[in-house]
Ligand binder design. Sequence first.
Ligand code: KG4
Ligand code: ZN
Length: 334
Amino acid sequence: MRTVLGIESSCDETAAALVTDGRVILAQRIASQDEVHRPYGGVVPEIAARAHAERLAPLIEATLADANMRLEDVDAIAATAGPGLIGGVMVGLVTAKALAMAADKPLIAINHLEGHALSPRLADPGLEYPYLLLLVSGGHCQILGVEGVGRFRRLATTIDDALGEAFDKTAKLLGLGYPGGPAVERLAARGDARKVPLPRPLVGSDEPHFSFAGLKSAVMRAKQAMDKGAGYTEADIAASFQQAAIDCLVDRTRRALKNVGEMNALVVAGGVAANQAIRSALETLAAEHRLAFVAPPLALCTDNAAMIAWAGVERLALGQSDPLDIAARPRWPL
Ligand code: KG4
Ligand code: ZN
């Protein structure tokens, strides 16, 4: 059995996890910075980096203690090396390098998006390559053919905003605070999705991509109209927004399924995959195509270190590791 220590610090979660090649999460800890950034209504990169620098080392110590392990007992150290907020990425990657050097263990630099992309395989041993992946997070909105470790075929991306960003902006407009996605989902459950007419950008289009900028501006206009007495509530706006987003996701994914070769499953990952309405719409789409539907458990959808450790497990199994001078990358497309 081999065990990888994973470290995640690319946004506003400081996280460490120990994961085995038998798909067991021996221990994992996440220190969320929600409280730190809430007064600003979004993540402040400099403050995030400082918080990671304060919290990461004790968090790793506690994670090892939870599993009754010492650093010498792990087989490799994997850390997010990008893409993300560079200050935080550097804190995690440099910590991983120091630990790898001190304990004489291989270092594995992980692309955060690959962490999300492979996380469904940690939860589901039956999930084989290739699969069609809808990767929806705060910074990304892509449809990928996942053919193996490091082997991705990008079939669609967003031409403007990511879907998580649209959820966060909608939350801000509706006064729901930060983080926005879960708050919009909760409010949407009480609203009527037919009340507020909103656009579905690119739905039915021949090109493969996503666009959410127009939807975001329409939400802003709807809120202004509501304030002037249009006959609907914030919950109706949230529900209508969420339904428009779902219609876009389903249409674009359906198009990708039509054009891609044989796939073993339809998979959704990334922070927005925590949304239950989105999951069930995609589950229905998969059933229509007689495809297995896989979505990681909620805790594995939003940023975490178990997915980074798991990507490390997969890379270690292929004999891969990285040199100690590997760079942190703010941008790093799959
Ligand atoms: O993957 P993630 O934790 O961080 C990035 O790598 O971006 O994704 C965070 C994003 C945020 O935009 C957040 O609002 C969104 O995922 N999110 C949700 C939900 N939970 C998190 N969006 C919609 N519904 C949710 N339940
Ligand atoms: Zn993420």
